[in-house]
Design a protein around this ligand. Structure first.
Ligand SMILES: NC(=O)c1ccc[n+]([C@@H]2O[C@H](COP(=O)([O-])OP(=O)(O)OC[C@H]3O[C@@H](n4cnc5c(N)ncnc54)[C@H](OP(=O)(O)O)[C@@H]3O)[C@@H](O)[C@H]2O)c1
Length: 1204
């Protein structure tokens, strides 16, 4: 057991004094009958003893103690027994559940409602494709479901379920929630870690950095080239790579210094951009060397013959790998772009690097005068030794700008004809100043180009020219130039100008070390990665070679891929991923086709890559619709994979679920999957993947999602059955996805928060695990990010860890913590990587100078500070959406702040009517605008001011008109206040026109009273009630402030103090306040005292006093509010409940006693305050407007036009 001892308190107690224990751990207890009896007495019903017994001790010894053996495991010398205190079942309610109809639903609802402590057993027998597991998991998350149990009998030889049969009786006594009987054994569905599929053996691997900036995140990924089946065109050659070279471009990408999209033209070419050159053998065994636009850091490539050269016999393959890019770059820049002529002078920066050395070779051979720069003494010596014609008068320093002086002195102030530049910032500017009149500046460095650095135009007064030289652009876009370049390099090889360069070789398993070495800038020539040693023979067909890599899923461009629900949030990402993995034929099924600009953009982009995209509107909830869908896909190409992502949510507590809700929810999930399963067996004989997207809701349960849980569960059973039948089948239970899809839309804010113990998973991470899932054989898998409560947020260790990773420091003990990072050997590239990581991962912004001066001790401090800020942020944001998990944590004052969170300012509270900015109008007080769209009259909470409703109003598609409450209404009942507000509505609503009212918190009472009054005039309307009802409001206020009059006053005053002066109201200050006001006789006196404590001008104090008095009166009125039982609200009423409700209450907060029509109940994420800011709240209210807009839009929609 993983006990965090720091959190375990050890105290001495006597067992016989204990009661209701949940778990007792004991050793050798079975032989001590008396002790065992004491232990059993101390246990709560259904609680357990974990007993460590000597081997040979019989579990039967527990007989006679009402203990059931749940688990028995023999270890070496002892055995572990889990013994559970049995429960008395009484007379359970047995309900047979089926997927053929939902007649059992009312039975289950009634049984749960009235069960008290009676067991409710849901039984499924003879229906292997039942969704009862997901159904029960979800029911168990709802109130009153503690006694619901599931018996899912899959074994066809099992007798008919009967509580009196020993087989079932025995199992019932264990009182387990989930009882699945299969193959003669009882069991249940559990989540277990998926192992054994982290890597695969493959002949083709390619390198990818998973997190640019973190060199420890390099991964070899499985590629899609299979030597036996690869088909090449006449312009292609399959090459098995022996050596691959690292280039500076790879390093700037890996360190995140420039983004991949700077090099790649489109998303397709950005996915894997590492590596540009290689040497190896073609399929005939001949030795070749070549270049690629990308992906040459791989074990195998399909090479373009225009960028391939035969390796001269006197070179090794290791020699050859040093040549292609550097010589192609130098020739292309100097000769093809720069037009270099004999006798000209050239400044070549970084002369010790690969391109530098190649350029020096070319220039000297062409009879040019060479000036160069180097960064170290060793490189200077190397160059002087290699090229005796170059002396210190030709070699400057590349680490500062002193080379400018050298060049200008040596050229008598004229400068050079050509500069081959790879230096950045001030050194680039100095290089520009080294240009002679009509000089050509050839920029091969990417840093300044990517950063759009400043270039003064004055330089062009001397008729100079500036050229960006991007060989990668040529390799990917310009075949004619490539051909010329290939010939030039070939001539250079024949003439002996092209000579292999010095190199440092790393085995491919040491990729991180190779990149780190390159970032130090210490290497001379090239850095190579070796995949395999060269054989002695010049011609030999390479032996097949398998390497370990992370699996990747690939599509076949000729086959078709179906995604039901493909235009949804996750669907669009999945489709994009399939396109990146090679799919060129997509069929996306949707009920209504392309509706949003984003969907149309995505479809357009794929089409621009040559993907055929068909949007199918066939109804997948019918067999004929699925047949049509599969036929459409078959017409495009043989179907390779079917993904079902379609979903329609019908969330509500089970008590409010209808059969119709279950049917609607089943349509795109259970029913569609059943049809897809049945028909694909006939129509898609070569299907490789059948994937359905399920949810952790099904595996773990979730409140309000019984139908969703059940339907996902049915899909999972279908996948299991398919796998049993030897067919592809995979159900993925996803946790909440953070950036796209239905959950993300509901949780616009707080993406990093835990919901039900889970954090949002990024879509990129989902797609990463999908690679693993698609390559393993379990039919049901799950991916979720479990919130680790102990290591919330980014801590100091994380910051230090990240910087250590970037700097390649394995152990902090080996360094001095107070040395600056610069002193610890950090170069400029590493500094940039650290800067970017701190910004990206920790929101910490430092200048490069500050980073250079950082120490690891400083980093630790930075981490601790960051952690504190995170914690502060969280406390500032108030109770989180999952606060309902810990109802008792917040004492009364905090709950009270949920009811009362602003006291408003005096100026704005004077206006009875305030227009709030909304999505339909700018607000202000331009009342003419009201005619422009539907109006929603809004009634605020107990504070009475409009500002409370601003977060909601801004997302509404209504003209939002808030009726503020008057501080002089003290003593008025809700009925009186409503009557005083009525004229403001009359003056803004045409006679007989329907009304829309929204009441929030206390405003709910006013909205109900106003509705009665408006209905009495013969109007119809719609009422939106946000998280309150008269009954509920009473319970909440009593719960918070108590029923005792005196305590009520004290609690209220303390809360006011906390709301108005949060900084000063420390717990000590509040304690003193209570001490002070408790003996005071009148409420007025108490109130005066707290007001006197507030640090504010006297005028403001007067305002606060009036405001507080009227708020107090409204709260008291709420407690005394009685609904006239003879009256009923006739209007359609929608209740929007906060998921993190303050109290458990009836599903509709008791509104059915007040409203004639069935109240529509929605549960929205958030608490009583945050519910207002949720887009979902607004979306529900907007539905009326949206529905009519959508109809108009649909009618005017010309899909073809949108898709173009
Ligand atoms: N997002 C998450 O956090 C999350 C978590 C767990 C599981 N999942 C699962 O992942 C899948 C995708 O979720 P999502 O977040 O992408 O949801 P989404 O954005 O709501 O997309 C689902 C799509 O299903 C389509 N749909 C509904 N009925 C259909 C029908 N009869 N025929 C064809 N299409 C239909 C809808 O598109 P049209 O309106 O165009 O028909 C809708 O856009 C779902 O199965 C969901 O259960 C998602």
């Amino acid at each position: 057991m993983d006990l965090n001892m720091a959190e375990v308190k050890i105290e001495d107690h006597k067992l016989k004094d204990k009661q209701e224990c949940t778990l007792l751990i004991a050793s050798n207890i079975l032989l001590h009958r008396e002790l065992l009896q004491t232990a059993v007495n101390a246990l709560a019903d259904g609680a357990c003893i974990l007993a460590r017994e000597k081997v040979g001790t019989e579990s039967e010894l527990s007989n006679g103690f009402r203990l059931e053996t749940m688990f028995e495991k023999t270890l070496k010398e002892e055995k572990l027994l889990l013994l559970r205190k049995g429960v008395t079942l009484g007379n359970p309610v047995v309900i047979h559940v089926t997927g053929h109809n939902y007649d059992w639903l009312p039975e289950v609802q009634t049984a749960i409602r009235s069960s008290s402590k009676r067991h409710v057993i849901l039984v499924v027998q003879g229906e292997p494709l039942s969704g009862v597991v997901g159904l029960v998991n979800c029911i168990r998350k709802e109130p009153g479901s503690d006694y619901v149990r599931c018996f899912f009998i899959l074994d066809s030889s099992a007798p008919q379920f009967d509580v009196n049969l020993p087989l079932y009786q025995q199992q019932l006594k264990k009182d387990l929630v989930m009882n699945v009987y299969s193959g003669g054994k009882w069991g249940s569905y559990q989540h277990l870690p998926l192992d054994g599929c982290a890597t695969v053996s493959t002949p083709h691997v390619s390198l990818k950095i998973m997190t640019p900036g973190d060199l420890s995140s390099f991964r070899w990924l499985e590629g899609n080239l299979v030597p036996e089946s690869v088909q090449t065109t006449p312009d292609e050659e399959l090459v098995q790579i022996y050596y691959s070279a690292l280039n500076f471009g790879n390093v700037v990408l890996a360190t995140g210094k420039v983004a991949a999209n700077f090099l790649g033209n489109n998303q397709l070419s950005q996915d894997n951009v590492q590596g540009m050159e290689f040497s190896g053998r073609d399929q005939k065994g001949c030795r070749v060397m070549g270049m690629m636009a990308q992906q040459a850091l791989a074990s195998m490539v399909l090479a373009d013959t225009k960028m391939l050269w035969k390796v001269p016999d006197h070179w090794t393959l290791e020699d050859a790998a040093t040549v292609p890019v550097v010589y192609s770059t130098a020739y292309y820049a100097l000769v093809m772009v720069g037009g270099m002529k004999k006798g000209e002078s050239v400044l070549i920066h970084s002369g010790g690097g690969g391109v530098g050395l190649a350029a020096i070779n070319i220039c000297l051979h062409a009879g040019c005068m060479v000036y160069t720069t180097v960064g170290t003494k060793e490189k200077r010596e190397f160059i002087k030794k290699q090229y005796p014609q170059l002396t210190d008068r030709n070699i400057g320093n590349s680490r500062d700008t002193s080379f400018e002086h050298l060049v200008l002195t040596e050229t008598n102030g004229r400068g050079v004809d050509l500069v081959l530049n790879s230096l950045s910032e001030d050194k680039q500017q100095a290089s520009i100043r080294c240009l002679a009149p009509r000089g050509r500046f050839l920029e091969i460095g990417k840093f300044d180009l990517a950063n759009n650095s400043f270039l003064g135009l004055e330089v062009f007064l001397r008729e100079t020219s500036f050229h960006g030289v991007m060989l990668d652009k040529v390799t990917s876009e310009d075949p004619e130039t490539l051909k010329i370049l290939q010939d030039i390099v070939t001539q250079g090889i024949s003439a002996g100008v092209v000579r292999p360069l010095p190199r440092t070789v790393f085995p491919y398993t040491e990729v991180e070390q190779a990149f780190r070495y390159m970032t130090t800038g210490k290497h001379v020539g090239k850095v190579l990665m070796q995949f395999q040693p060269e054989e002695d023979s010049k011609v030999v067909v390479p032996a097949p070679r398998l390497m370990q890599a992370y699996p990747q899923y690939f599509c076949n461009p000729s086959y078709s891929y179906i995604i039901a629900g493909g235009l949804g949030g996750f669907g669009l990402e999945l489709a994009d991923w399939l396109v990146l993995r090679g799919a060129r034929k997509l069929v996306l099924s949707s009920r209504s086709g392309v509706r949003t600009g984003y969907q149309s953009f995505r479809v357009r982009t794929w089409r621009s890559y040559g993907v055929k995209v068909v949007i199918s509107l066939a109804d997948i909830t019918t067999k004929s619709g699925v047949r049509a869908l599969l036929s459409e896909a078959n017409r495009l190409g043989q179907v390779d994979a079917i993904f079902n992502l379609a979903v329609v949510l019908r969330d509500a507590f089970l008590e409010n679920q209808t059969k119709a809700d279950f049917v609607t929810s089943a349509g795109p999930k259970a029913i569609a999957t059943r049809h897809l399963d049945e028909l694909s067996r006939q129509m898609c004989p070569h299907l490789r993947h059948f994937v359905v997207f399920s949810s952790v809701t099904c595996g773990c349960g979730n409140t309000g999602q019984t139908n969703y849980g059940m339907n996902n569960s049915i899909m999972e059973r279908i996948c299991e059955a398919r796998v049993r039948d030897g067919l592809p089948g995979l159900a993925v239970q996803w946790g909440a996805v953070g950036d796209v899809g239905l959950v993300a839309e509901m949780q616009e804010k707080h993406r990093d928060r835990a919901i039900g113990g889970l954090l949002m998973q990024r879509i990129a991470s989902c797609l990463e695990v999908l690679d693993i899932f698609m390559r393993q054989s379990c039919p049901i898998v799950a991916s979720m990010v479990v919130a680790d409560k102990h290591s919330r947020g980014s801590g100091s260790t994380d910051i230090v860890q990240c910087c250590r990773n970037i700097m390649g420091i394995c152990d902090l003990k080996t360094i001095e913590l107070n040395k600056t990072l610069l002193d610890l050997g950090m170069d400029s590239m590493t500094a940039v990587a650290i800067k970017q990581t701190l910004e990206r991962e920790f929101d910490i912004y430092l200048t490069l100078q500050e980073i250079r001066n950082l120490t690891f001790a400083g980093l630790e401090e930075l981490g601790t500070r960051n952690q504190k800020t995170e914690a502060e942020k969280q406390s500032l944001e108030g109770p989180s959406v999952d606060d309902d998990d810990d109802d008792n944590d917040d004492g009364p004052p905090i709950r009270m702040q949920l009811l009362l969170h602003v006291l408003g300012d005096e100026a704005s509270s004077l206006y009875p009517v305030v227009r709030l900015p909304s999505a339909a109008g700018a607000g202000a007080d331009v009342e003419d605008e009201l005619k422009a769209g539907p109006v929603l009259f809004m009634l605020p909470g107990v504070e009475g001011v409009a500002s409370v409703l601003e977060p909601l109003a801004k997302n509404l598609k209504y003209q939002a008109v808030c009726l503020q409450l008057n501080y002089r209404d003290i003593g008025q009942t809700a009925h009186d206040i409503a009557q005083s507000l009525l004229p403001h509505i009359h003056s803004r609503l045409a006679p007989g026109a329907p009304f829309r009212l929204l009441g929030y918190s206390y405003g709910v009472m006013l909205a109900l009273e106003l509705a009665l009054a408006l209905e009495a005039e013969g109007r119809e309307g719609h009422l939106y009630l946000v998280d309150h009802s008269p009954d509920y409001a009473k319970s909440v206020i009593q719960h918070i402030l108590g029923t005792n009059e005196e305590q009520f006053d004290i609690n209220f005053i303390c809360t006011i103090y906390k709301v108005v002066a949060p900084q000063e109201a420390t717990s000590e200050a509040v304690r003193k306040l209570v001490e002070k006001i408790t003996p005071m006789k009148s409420r007025e006196e108490k109130l005066d005292h707290v007001i006197s404590m507030l640090l504010m001008p006297t005028g403001d104090k007067q305002h606060y006093k009036t405001a507080i008095a009227s708020i107090f009166a409204r709260m008291k009125n709420t407690l005394g509010y009685e609904w006239n039982p003879k009256k009923r609200v006739k209007s359609q009423t929608t209740l929007l409940k906060a998921r993190a409700s303050a109290l458990k209450a009836e599903e509709d907060y008791g509104l059915s006693k007040i409203c004639e029509k069935k109240v529509e109940v929605h549960v929205v994420p958030g608490n009583h305050v945050t519910v207002l800011g949720k887009k979902e709240t607004a979306a529900i209210i907007n539905r009326q407007v949206t529905d009519s807009e959508a109809l108009k839009f649909k009618n005017s929609l010309n899909e073809e036009h949108i898709l173009q």
